[in-house]
Design a protein around this ligand. Sequence first.
Ligand code: FES
Length: 100
Amino acid sequence: MKWIRISLPEPVPSKALIKLEVTGKKICLGHYAGKWMAIADRCTHNGASLSQGRLTAFGEVVCPLHGYRFRLMDGRCSEACEDAEVFPIKEENGEIFIAV
Ligand code: FES
């Protein structure tokens, strides 16, 4: 596992989902419960970009296409659908790193 430092847009929008591409992987980054979390930016139902959806007050990413929900902390899907891949995040000295 390799940690890669990522840069966030300034200022970071609150409750926004951020689309990133890290070593060719599309990532949906969100901030919930005081922490950054990352899941694959691809809905397992039909491939929509989850970063184009919205983040609920319960830490779920709602797909913009059909509304399936994915828990940001572990990628668990609310429907009978494959869970989203999750990526570890760590914060050190004000910088954010992702493992892909
Ligand atoms: S493509 Fe995401 S719910 Fe259908």
